[in-house]
Design a protein around this ligand. Structure first.
Ligand code: TMP
Ligand code: ZN
Length: 407
C-alpha cells in the first residue's frame, strides 16, 4: 500500500481501514467462493490537494467488464434525472446544435446521450463495459468501448474533433488516473467548452457518516476544493457547481479552461461551506473514522438483539454500498437472512464476501419479515411510498444513515 497521493504525489494521511473487502458488485455462486477476490479497503486524505482517496484499488478491468451489473436505464428516477441534465446542457451550453459535439465518459446504456441523439446533435459515448455499450448502440447512441484517458482522447480528436461538452455521471470518481483524464480533456475540449461531471459528494458523506459510499469503484470522494486542485495542472477550473440529491448527496461540477467562463457564486458559496465543515482538515477525518466505528457497533448490536429475540431480519436491496457495510460490520446470513433485490442478475446469487442469499421480492411480499434493513437508503422516500402496506402491517425498517435506528 502506497501513501503517495494519486493526484499530486504528496504524502497522504491514513484515515480508516474497512478491512478485507471483495468487489462491491461481485455477486457470486457457491462454486466461486474459493476464487473470490479480496483487497484492503482503506482511505487516506491528502493534506496538499485535499483529495480523499482509496489507498489500494483493484484493477479497473476487474470491475467494469462484460458482465457489469449496473444498467442506468433500469431506474425510472434516474431516467428523469438524465433527461433533465441533457436538456439543461442543450439550453445552457449548446449554441449551435448543428456544429455541436457532446462526449459522455462512462455513457452506460445511453440514458443521457439518447436525448442528444434524439435532437440530432453529434455525440459519442465512451464506455468500457461492452454489454451496456451494446444496449446504447441499440438505442441509437454512438458508442465506443474504451476506458477514457489521454490515448483515447487523441483517437477521438482525430476521428471526431473537439467537444463543446464532455460530461460524466458517477464515473469520474471511478477513474484512478485523473492526470490522464485531465490531459485528455485538455486535448479534446473546445476553448469555451464545458467539462461537467457529478459524483457522490464528500460534504454529504461526512455530514451523514455515509461511509458506504466508499467501495472499490469509488476511488475518490470529491469536494469542490479537491476537484479544483486536481484539474488545475491541466489549465481547468471549476466555474459552477450544483448540489444534487442523487446517491444520498452528490455534486455536479462544471469546469472550463481558466478564464473561459466567469466563476459563479455557487463555487464561492460551496467552498465556504466546505471550510466550515472542515473538509480541509485532518481532524474532520479522524472524527469521521470514529463515527464509522460507532455506527458499526450500534448496527451489529441491534441485529444481535433482534436475533436473540427470535425476530426475522432481511435486507432491502443488494446495493453496491451494502458490500462495505456487511463486510466491515461482519454481518452474514446469521444476522440478515437474505436480501431482496429487483435486479435479475443478482437474484439467486450470494452477496460478495458475506455470502447472504439474494432473492426476488416475491418472497418479501408472501412471507414478510419482522424487520428490513434499508440498504438503498438513498431511495428511502420512493421505497417507503412503494412499501406502505409493509409498514402499515406493523412491520419495521432499520436504517443506519446518518444513525442506526428502527424507523
Ligand atoms: P446501487 O445502489 O449499487 O446502484 O444498486 C441499487 C440496487 O438496489 C439495485 O440492485 C436494485 C436495488 N433496488 C431494489 O431492489 N429496490 C428498490 O426499490 C430500489 C430503489 C433499488
Ligand atoms: Zn494530493
Amino acid at each position: 500500500m502506497s501513501n503517495k497521493c494519486r493526484v499530486c504525489d504528496a504524502e497522504t494521511k491514513f484515515v480508516i481501514s474497512y478491512g478485507k473487502m471483495p468487489l462491491a458488485n461481485a455477486f457470486l455462486e457457491p462454486s466461486q467462493y474459493d476464487k473470490e477476490y479480496f483487497f484492503e479497503l482503506a482511505v487516506s486524505h491528502c493534506p496538499s490537494c485535499k483529495m480523499l482517496q482509496l489507498i489500494d484499488q483493484p484493477k479497473p478491468e476487474l470491475m467494469f467488464h462484460e458482465e457489469y451489473a449496473f444498467f442506468s436505464g433500469t431506474s425510472k428516477a434516474m431516467a428523469v434525472h438524465f433527461e433533465d441534465k441533457a436538456n439543461s446542457h442543450i439550453q445552457e451550453f449548446i449554441k449551435s446544435p448543428s456544429d455541436a459535439f457532446v462526449i459522455e465518459l462512462g455513457s452506460n446504456d445511453g440514458i443521457m446521450l439518447k436525448h442528444f441523439a434524439k435532437n440530432k446533435i453529434k455525440h459519442l459515448g465512451i464506455e468500457p463495459s461492452r454489454n451496456v455499450a451494446e444496449v446504447a448502440r441499440q438505442n441509437g447512441v454512438d458508442t465506443i468501448v474504451e476506458f477514457f484517458g489521454k490515448e483515447t482522447a487523441q483517437k477521438v480528436l482525430n476521428t471526431h474533433g473537439k467537444a463543446d461538452i464532455i460530461s460524466a455521471s458517477n464515473v469520474m470518481c471511478h477513474i484512478p488516473d485523473l492526470r490522464s483524464v485531465g490531459q485528455g480533456v485538455d486535448l479534446l475540449l473546445k476553448d469555451d467548452g464545458v467539462f461537467e461531471f457529478e459524483d457522490p459528494y464528500l460534504g454529504a458523506m461526512i455530514e451523514k457518516t455515509s461511509y458506504d459510499q466508499i467501495y472499490d469503484e469509488h476511488v475518490y470522494i470529491f469536494s469542490v476544493t479537491s476537484v479544483d486542485n486536481a484539474f488545475a495542472p491541466y489549465g481547468l477550473e471549476v466555474f459552477h457547481v450544483t448540489p444534487l440529491e442523487t446517491h444520498g448527496g452528490s455534486m455536479r461540477y462544471h469546469l472550463c479552461r481558466k478564464g473561459a467562463h466567469p466563476i459563479r457564486q455557487s463555487v464561492i458559496d460551496q467552498k465556504a461551506k466546505e471550510k466550515s465543515l472542515g473538509l480541509d482538515t485532518y481532524e474532520t477525518y479522524e472524527k469521521f473514522a470514529q463515527s464509522c466505528e460507532k455506527n458499526k457497533k450500534e448496527l451489529v448490536e441491534l441485529l444481535q438483539n433482534l436475533k436473540s429475540e427470535g425476530k426475522r431480519v432481511v435486507g432491502y436491496a443488494a446495493t453496491s454500498k451494502s458490500t462495505t457495510i456487511l463486510n466491515y460490520c461482519g454481518i452474514g446470513s446469521d444476522l440478515i437472512e437474505c436480501i431482496y433485490d429487483t435486479t435479475p442478475i443478482k437474484q439467486n446469487k450470494f452477496t460478495p464476501g458475506m455470502h447472504i442469499p439474494v432473492k426476488s421480492f416475491d418472497d418479501f411480499y408472501n412471507n414478510a419479515p419482522d424487520y428490513a434493513v434499508l440498504f438503498a437508503w438513498n431511495h428511502a422516500k420512493e421505497i417507503f411510498a412503494k412499501e406502505e402496506s409493509y409498514t402499515q402491517s406493523g412491520k419495521n425498517w432499520i436504517t443506519f444513515c446518518p444513525d442506526v435506528k428502527v424507523a
